[in-house]
Design a protein around this ligand. Structure first.
Ligand SMILES: C[S@@+](CC[C@H](N)C(=O)[O-])C[C@H]1O[C@@H](n2cnc3c(N)ncnc32)[C@H](O)[C@@H]1O
Length: 190
């Protein structure tokens, strides 16, 4: 089931809200990372820069065929053979990835859209290696942002942390990803 309010604006507009390389650097993505899962990859705004940084593969998963085709095309244009774009509904079917296969899971601008965020976080936990990291990005809890879901759907960082702790994550860092987002890093320690 496609998550509510997860429809994307035009790619050009979406791209204006982020500095993906800066954000990935802030969230600690480096070439010591081998595998990444980008759940709800959208246009590949973070998939493609991540694939250029890490040593292994980025699994980019989305429910929308046009998003997956877009990511595949961009990977090809960028000469990247380490992007595996998969069309899949991860709420209904899970990510389809093996247990403990990646070092980093991105839940970027997606977690707030589901009524069952704990389920998605548990899936992230399952596919992460021990000491693997979870990165969450969300629109600020601020009604003046130029886009973003209605305020009643936007979780505050504390809420995301509670959900992630419920799924088993611990040890957090919070970041102000100016101008419109916040970021959280959590860890799977056991
Ligand atoms: C708001 S966009 C965020 C895209 C990307 N993470 C980013 O920050 O640029 C959310 C994406 O999640 C995808 N999505 C929503 N529900 C999904 C589901 N159940 N399974 C897989 N993808 C889903 C949508 O198609 C959309 O591309």
């Amino acid at each position: 089931m496609k998550l509510k309010e997860s429809g994307m604006p035009e790619e050009e507009m979406w791209g204006r809200f982020f500095e993906p390389n800066k954000i990935l650097q802030t969230l600690g993505l480096s070439n010591s990372v081998v595998g990444v899962a980008d759940l709800g990859c959208g246009y590949g705004t973070f998939t493609i820069p991540a694939a250029k940084i890490i040593r292994g593969k980025v699994y980019a998963i989305d429910i929308e065929p046009e998003m997956i085709e877009n990511v595949k095309r961009k990977a090809k244009e960028n000469g990247l053979d380490n992007v595996e774009a998969r069309l899949r509904d991860f709420m209904a079917e899970g990510s389809g990835l093996e247990n403990e296969i990646v070092d980093y899971v991105f839940l970027f601008n997606i977690l707030y859209t589901t009524k069952n965020p704990e389920k998605l976080l548990k899936e992230a936990y399952r596919i992460l290696k021990i000491n693997g990291k979870l990165g969450i990005i969300h629109w600020n809890y601020d009604s003046t942002t130029p886009r973003g879901p209605p305020m009643e759907m936007r979780p505050k960082p504390e809420q995301c942390i509670k959900w992630a702790e419920f799924a088993g994550f611990s040890s957090l860092k919070k970041y102000d990803l100016k101008p419109y987002h916040y970021g959280i890093i959590m860890e799977k320690t056991k």
